[in-house]
Design a protein around this ligand. Structure first.
Ligand SMILES: O=c1ccn([C@@H]2O[C@H](COP(=O)(O)OP(=O)(O)O[C@H]3O[C@H](CO)[C@@H](O)[C@H](O)[C@H]3O)[C@@H](O)[C@H]2O)c(=O)[nH]1
Length: 482
């Protein structure tokens, strides 16, 4: 029996892999769950074209099964902002008229009613468009509940946070924040919250926008973030219902072994190399779509890795140039210590962009040195591979704090390393060596991550906490149909 679509939700993801990919996966979950729902994704461009994002978008558009499931795409024409590097939020604000045009086009093309806007946490300026058009809006929060809790807490304090707290002079000032078990040191707060260039209050005002939505979908589950989620439903200030719907991940299928360079095995070289390593023997280092280090730090990592004696797979990318996007290294040996490749030939591989989820799924991988981007964090849980935390920028220090100090679900390399403020910026080779060895051995954390792997997967199964949450959200979408 085919059930015809009766409502169309407009999804507006932010233009970065860490936001776009989980948004598309969320769309798949929603339409799979309720066949009456279709989703139109508005694709907004970033400041600069990113090769990985562009090719991901191409793959989406050529994937006919998405269309069959009821997921379509509209390209929003690029806007030239006449400014070399506008802030991300300014960039998104500028797209309001184009978004409005696209939604009006959808409405007049009919026949499906537009059910509302589901917007990425950084695209909330489009909530104004929804209000103007009389449509309900919902937010998709692509990080964990810790960051959302922090948004509401700091914004609710009603002070100029950037003036109140000085991360450079008093990095160890502690904040009591409801939902957190431990006091939170200022040095793990996201850089944007504390930057003195005026961006702090603009950024924190996103909390106002979150409040205007009819619901906030968070890419987490009760099993990961219970205390934080419960604390938000108990607080005095009014916030919309929170739906923990995760972990929503862009995962490879079981028979996806990458591009076939070798006709006989049908596997890519990284998978073939991992196949040759003993179970749980490889440490994987990867720092998200934008994480990079200077040459001094790269050398320290290399020395630490070599001294640890562990097998390794290291995704190493070049510091960004003009565009802000990291580049693949033409010749990594130029920045690595002399003879590094010869000495580690039997033990390790240095690569560029990694097929991360596929690597974490491989039985040879025993630990993951990660920047604690939220998708990487969820992928570590999904595959039961413990993280050794080395956050770099954005909200990654907070994620690392939650993982290491609050939940005991990761070990630490350096949770207060912070490129946003340039603090604690050199992690010496000995720390890298110790951190890696600890992560490979640590048994208590490994056990807890394994347990979380089971719980996180169950959350999405029928009857699981996120499964139920997704169901409740869909009911609300239909109830709120304009
Ligand atoms: O070589 C690489 C690097 C990344 N990835 C994938 O890209 C995604 C990266 O996402 P994430 O771990 O969240 O990191 P960022 O790309 O840095 O994501 C941004 O968005 C996240 C979600 O809001 C935030 O938590 C981060 O701090 C922010 O930097 C993951 O799915 C990875 O598997 C790869 O496949 N190969």
């Amino acid at each position: 029996m085919t059930i015809s679509k009766t409502a169309n939700l407009v999804l507006i993801p932010a233009p970065g892999m860490g936001h776009l990919a989980p948004a598309i996966e969320l769309a798949k979950h929603l339409v799979a769950r309720d066949p009456r729902l279709s989703i139109t994704v508005l694709l907004i461009k970033g400041f600069v074209p990113e090769e990985t994002v562009e090719s991901y978008i191409l793959s989406l558009k050529s994937n006919s099964s998405l269309l069959n499931q009821g997921i379509g795409f509209i390209d929003i024409p690029q806007i030239d902002l006449n400014s070399a590097r506008p802030s991300f939020l300014t960039h998104m604000n500028a797209y309001q008229p184009k978004v409005k045009e696209a939604i009006e086009g959808l409405r007049s093309a009919g026949p499906l009613p537009v059910a509302g806007l589901l917007v990425d946490m950084f695209c909330t300026s489009t909530i104004d468009v929804a209000t103007e058009l009389g449509l309900p809006s919902y937010v998709f929060f692509t990080s964990g509940a810790g960051l959302l809790r922090l948004f509401f807490h700091l914004h609710g304090l009603g002070v100029d946070v950037a003036q109140e707290y000085d991360v450079v002079r008093s990095p160890d000032t502690l904040l009591e924040i409801p939902g957190f078990r431990n006091p939170v040191p200022v040095k793990v707060l996201p850089g944007r919250f504390l930057s003195k260039d005026g961006q702090s209050s603009t950024f924190l005002r996103l909390a106002d926008k979150f409040r205007q939505a009819k619901g906030i979908l968070v890419n987490t589950c009760m099993e990961i973030d219970r205390d934080l989620i419960q604390s938000m439903s108990q607080q005095d200030i009014e916030i919309p219902p929170i739906y923990p719907v995760g972990p929503i991940l862009n995962l490879p299928t079981e028979d996806d072994h990458g591009h076939d360079d070798d006709e006989s095995s049908g596997k890519d070289p990284i998978t073939r190399w991992l196949d040759d390593q003993p179970p749980r023997s490889v440490v994987f280092l990867c720092f998200g779509s934008r994480g990079t280090f200077n040459d001094t730090q790269i050398k320290e990592i290399a020395v630490g890795l070599e001294r640890s004696g562990q097998r390794f797979l290291w995704s190493l990318r070049q510091r960004p140039g003009e565009t802000g996007v990291p580049l693949e290294l033409d010749d990594p040996s130029k920045v690595l210590p002399e003879g590094f490749f010869e000495r580690t030939a039997e033990k390790g591989r240095v690569i560029g962009w990694a097929p991360q989820a596929r690597v974490l799924a491989h039985k040879a991988v025993g630990a993951f040195v990660s920047h604690c981007g939220w998708n990487s964090t969820l992928e570590s849980f999904w595959y039961g591979v413990p993280i050794a935390a080395w956050p770099i920028y954005a909200e990654q220090q907070l994620n690392a704090f939650v993982l290491v100090k609050e939940l005991g679900l990761a070990t630490e390399i350096r949770i207060d390393y912070c490129q946003d403020f340039g603090i604690n910026m050199v992690v010496k080779a000995e720390e890298v060596e110790d951190g890696i060895n600890k992560a490979m051995k640590e048994t208590e954390v490994k056990k807890k991550v394994k347990e979380m792997c089971d719980k996180a997967r169950k959350a999405l199964e029928e009857g699981g906490s996120s499964y139920e949450s997704i169901g409740r959200f869909i009911e609300v979408v239909f109830k709120n149909l304009p």
